[in-house]
Design a protein around this ligand. Structure first.
Ligand SMILES: Cc1cc2nc3c(=O)[nH]c(=O)nc-3n(C[C@H](O)[C@H](O)[C@H](O)COP(=O)(O)O)c2cc1C
Length: 213
């Protein structure tokens, strides 16, 4: 597999890779990817991210069971016809595969963000814990996804942990000042990368006034 494909090829090739092999991922490679993540910009260079990596079978099993239950609670016990080749059906099959095999994947990366009130919320209105600094953590997450692709690892951004976040932070002893932003299963892919299907920028870009092409 080609290492470090060129940037414009790479960005159009980073699909959500939901079918992963159980083969282990070397720590050195993981840190190469995470160090790509932490090159991301953040407000005042605050670097509000932290990573929790689940590798132990019991921990992955704990997470996978709740993830699967969360998918079922959100989407029901859905099935997809084998002969349905639509994009929706292919994504549905991949989601099911991921939910059924998550515990076998070598790494479950939990990306946390330091809690921080957005400027637009006045101090007097700040009740309860602040949300994690999503805006600052997502560029880091995207770098991680690109970094995985660059070294031949598959990864998929997931957010279903939100359904069981309270349990998650308690079980893995994530401190109160952090919130969980995304969970990314990482491993060597079963299938091939990209290409992604996206609307061209020309269709979503206006000049000078909204609607002006
Ligand atoms: C904010 C956000 C939340 C997402 N949540 C999930 C998720 O919970 N589970 C999942 O499998 N994929 C999730 N994804 C991945 C998207 O479903 C995926 O990127 C999109 O459908 C396009 O598919 P592609 O990247 O394979 O082209 C999420 C992506 C984003 C940006």
């Amino acid at each position: 597999m080609e290492d470090n494909p060129r940037f414009f090829d790479l960005v159009s090739d980073v699909r959500a890779m939901r079918r992963l092999r159980p083969d282990p991922v070397a720590d050195k490679l993981l840190f190469k990817v995470l160090n790509a993540g932490v090159q991301a910009p953040s407000g005042m260079n605050s670097q509000p991210w932290s990573f929790l990596v689940l590798r132990q079978p019991d921990d992955k099993q704990w997470f996978a069971a709740r993830y699967k239950a969360a998918i079922e609670s959100r989407f029901g016990n859905f099935k997809v016809d084998d002969d349905d080749t639509s994009a929706m059906a292919r994504q549905g099959r991949a989601l099911l595969y991921q939910a059924n095999h998550m515990q076998e994947y070598p790494l479950l990366l939990i990306v946390c963000g330091l809690r921080d009130w957005p400027f637009k919320v006045p101090e007097a209105e700040r009740v309860g814990p602040a949300p994690p600094n999503y805006g600052a953590v997502y560029p880091c997450v995207q770098n991680i996804l690109l970094g995985c692709r660059a070294v031949g690892l598959g990864a998929a951004l997931t957010t279903m942990h939100q359904v069981f976040e309270d349990e998650l932070v308690e079980h893995f002893e994530i401190p109160d000042e952090y919130g969980v932003v995304v969970t990314i299963p990482i491993g060597y892919p079963v299938g091939r990368f990209g290409p992604v299907q996206r609307r061209p920028a020309q269709e979503v870009t206006w000049f000078d006034r909204w609607g002006n092409t």
